[in-house]
Design a protein around this ligand. Structure first.
Ligand SMILES: Cc1cc2nc3c(=O)[nH]c(=O)nc-3n(C[C@H](O)[C@H](O)[C@H](O)COP(=O)(O)OP(=O)(O)OC[C@H]3O[C@@H](n4cnc5c(N)ncnc54)[C@H](O)[C@@H]3O)c2cc1C
Length: 467
């Protein structure tokens, strides 16, 4: 047994340290593309255990990879340099409501959908709603600054965090922010931690802001005979003075995949659909619904479906949630991207994706939170086919470039992880990346925390093939 493992046994109960191959193997994946075996897995259950493990790791310079539920799509929790996976999912779930302050205190292991459920019991809402909310942990959401369909109107995770407890890579427990809505004391380390992808600290508690739950919602399903027209309809709606809570886009391949997987009555002949959710006072929803119908007719929508019951509306949103599992059935490998562009450039991005699809002869399906410009082009392929994967690599690189050329970004919500690290400089420039590296160096001088993520190593490029 090596010396850091012996030290771990002194700071954690033995049953919380997993070293069997079968156990370690189940922590070698996330929902992205990649497989790396850790040397050990620690299942931490409180902040002192996190601090103790990090202190050992920092002394022995062993990499530590925090992990929530492992649903990351960019390789975030993968132990790319071996070392220790720190599993946060076994931490007893705490969701402590303070409804009179419109806040909730949660453990890193709390599942996002459970936080929202607890808030709803008080007529409140935790707004960020990633599609993985029923499995993903709030710790993972905070580390990735996750968003969901409601991001269009309500923003993303960072907009709802007012305080954190964090363990630094050197094993110190610190508090950032607090429990008041206004707080300008010192640097805003809360915002720095959110979205740092677990590279600067381990989040052990979060204080989240809640808002009132809107009294009513109205779903509208609009189908189009041209993808570009659907893209235009998004900008047209958003500049009309109406701000839907959600505005989701599905291309024909997604529609058909869902209908083959779990039929939901989506229009399979449509080239694309947009699913809209309005929320607010029931009377204003009646007016907004008519305005949206007018806009969609004017722009050339083929059909506009208004569900008659709450159940019908829920069925449409359930179908939207089925897109990921449905397209995963088409081919063995799914490379999910989340390039994001300014909303007026969505039609151009959809054109560029079509060109890329043809140029590299790859199967691309597109869906996403189009109301905020966040598209999810997914390339469906087979990682055993080396020649196909080479084409996929080239297509992905061109897809990132297309987003940047159109004034967009590499990632709207899935993070950089391992997958997009080689492209950071093309968006931020060398000086921008260097400033981020300096922050990393000051927080984590021994580079133990989630090392190998966000920043590419010399000469690293996107490689999706396994030699
Ligand atoms: C079907 C599907 C749908 C999805 N839909 C969405 C979506 O709509 N929107 C969206 O934004 N994402 C989505 N995702 C991506 C993913 O669910 C999110 O990134 C989610 O936040 C990850 O949470 P997790 O608990 O699984 O974290 P993990 O995948 O385990 O980890 C994610 C990152 O967080 C770090 N981390 C985890 N816990 C902590 C902690 N306590 N402290 C510090 N760092 C930590 C890890 O090191 C890693 O870098 C989807 C994924 C799938 C598979």
């Amino acid at each position: 047994m090596n010396s850091w493992m012996k030290k771990l046994l002194q700071v954690l109960p033995e049953k919380q340290i997993l070293t069997d191959l079968a156990d370690r193997y189940s922590y070698s994946f996330d929902a992205s593309f990649g497989e790396y075996l850790p040397e050990a897995v620690v299942q931490v259950k409180n902040n002192h255990e996190v601090a103790a493990v990090l202190r050992v790791a920092n002394v022995y310079k062993v990499p530590v990879y925090p992990r929530g539920s492992g649903t990351c799509l960019s390789g975030g929790p993968l132990p790319v340099k071996g070392g220790i996976v720190m599993d946060m999912s076994q931490w007893p779930e705490k969701i402590e409501m303070q409804p009179e302050d419109l806040i909730v205190k949660v453990s890193p292991s709390a599942r996002t959908s459970e936080i929202n459920k607890a808030a709803e019991a008080y007529g409140l809402m935790y707004a960020p709603d990633p599609s993985s909310a029923h499995v993903a942990t709030i710790g993972g959401n905070l580390a990735e600054n996750s968003g969901g369909p409601r991001g269009l109107k309500y923003g993303v995770t960072k907009d709802y965090v007012i305080g954190l407890e964090v363990v630094t890579p050197e094993g110190k427990i610190i508090k950032t922010g607090g429990q008041t809505i206004k707080n300008v004391t010192g640097y805003d380390l809360t915002k720095l931690m959110v979205g740092c992808e677990g590279t600067l600290g381990v989040i052990t508690e979060a204080t989240l802001k809640l808002i009132s739950k809107p009294p009513a919602t109205q779903t509208i399903l609009v189908s189009f005979s041209e993808v570009r027209t659907a893209g235009k309809a998004i900008s047209k709606t958003l500049t009309s003075g109406i701000l839907p809570a959600k505005m989701e886009f599905l291309d024909q391949a997604c529609i058909r995949a869902v209908e083959n997987f779990q039929p939901a009555g989506l229009p399979i002949e449509a080239e694309a659909v947009i699913i809209i959710e309005l929320d607010g006072h029931p009377e204003s929803l009646k007016v907004e619904k008519e305005l949206i119908k007018g806009i969609m007719k004017q722009i050339g929508a083929v059909d506009i479906i208004i569900p008659k019951t709450v159940e019908e509306a829920a069925g449409i949103w359930h179908a939207r949630k089925q897109v990921s599992p449905a397209i995963a059935k088409i081919k063995p490998t799914k490379v999910s991207e989340d390039a994001t562009v300014p909303r007026s450039r969505i039609p151009d991005m959809l054109d560029r994706l079509n060109e890329i699809k043809r140029k590299y002869n790859v199967e691309v399906v597109v869906f996403g939170h189009a109301g905020d410009g966040n598209l999810h082009p997914n390339i469906l392929c087979d990682k055993r086919d080396q020649e196909e994967m080479l084409r996929v690599e080239r297509a992905v690189a061109e897809l990132f470039q297309a987003a940047i050329d159109l004034g967009g970004t590499l990632s709207g919500e899935h993070g950089i992880g391992t997958m997009k690290a080689p492209f950071m400089e093309s968006e931020l420039g060398a000086a921008g990346v260097d400033m981020m590296k300096r922050i990393k160096n000051s927080w984590d001088p021994n580079h133990i925390l989630n090392t190998g993520k966000i920043f590419s190593e010399q000469g690293q490029r996107l490689v999706l093939r396994h030699d």
